[in-house]
Design a protein around this ligand. Sequence first.
Ligand code: ZN
Length: 92
Amino acid sequence: MGAFKTQDIAKTEPLSPITLQDLQNEALHLFCWCNRCGHNAELAIDPFITKLGLHFPVPEIGRHMKCSQCQANDIATRPAWPRHGGQLARHS
Ligand SMILES: [Zn+2]
C-alpha cells in the first residue's frame, strides 16, 4: 500500500494558493489592480514578506492594501507574470 506518499499528494494538490514564497522563488513582482479606478502597479514583494510573512497567500494581500489614487479598499493582487513574448531583463 505504498502507492501514495504525503509528498506526492502535496505536490499535486491544487488547493494551496500561491504564496509570497512562490513569488520569491520565481523572482516575480506583485501585480496590484484597483477594481475601482483601474490603477495598477507592480511592486517588489520584500516589504510584504517583512510585513505578512513568506507563507501569506498572494490573493489575500489586496485586502490589506488601499489604492493610492482613489483610496478604494478594493485591490486585486496576483503574481506579475512575465509578459508573453516580452524580453526579460530583470536580473541584476
Ligand atoms: Zn483606485
